[in-house]
Design a protein around this ligand. Structure first.
Ligand code: RB5
Length: 167
């Protein structure tokens, strides 16, 4: 049963945006479903103004808690969502602008959240990025110890809330 749930969630992408990328989110959801993925849409559900950290939190929390393997976040530029999502332990949210950064974010960084900008990335480019990101495996090897160092930073700074983090 557990195995069944896990395998189902492997094929499920959790997604959220703010108002700056609501339309692109809707398009990516449709594309994901066409590609055979299930989606869990955590909002926002209109173009009305909202605060991106609230939606970053919805997706980052379930990735951090390992309820889902992969997520997608979108805001106007992708920057705010990345900053907020990367506050969560175990989250590697990558703001991606083209196929190269999409590929590298998977191969080298094992990114588990793809972040896109609705005002910076056109629909067709976003579809290309999406497929590249979904289909590129993590390379492992020499990158493992680097990712481990990021996890070590998270442990070292857990509980800290000042600008001293990471020093
Ligand atoms: C909202 O206007 C905008 O600031 C937001 O979508 C995002 O671009 C923040 O980084």
């Amino acid at each position: 049963m557990v195995a069944l749930i896990l395998s189902m969630e492997k094929n499920t992408i959790v997604i959220a945006s703010d108002h700056g990328a609501f339309e692109l989110k809707e398009k990516l959801k449709a594309r994901l479903e066409k590609l055979g993925y299930k989606t869990v849409d955590m909002g926002t559900h209109s173009s009305e103004s909202v605060d991106y950290p609230d939606f970053a939190t919805k997706v980052a929390r379930v990735i951090s808690e390992k309820e889902f393997e992969r997520g997608i976040l979108l805001c106007g530029t992708g920057i705010g969502m990345s900053i907020a999502a990367n506050k969560w332990p175990g989250v590697r949210a990558a703001p991606v602008y083209d196929n190269y950064t999409a590929r590298m974010s998977r191969m080298h960084n094992n990114s588990n959240i793809l972040v896109l900008g609705g005002r910076t990335t056109g629909e067709e480019t976003a579809y290309d990025i999406l497929e590249t990101w979904l289909n590129t495996p993590y390379e492992g090897g020499r990158h493992d110890k680097r990712i481990q160092k990021i996890s070590d930073l998270e442990s070292r700074n857990s509980g800290s809330s000042s600008g001293e983090r990471g020093k």
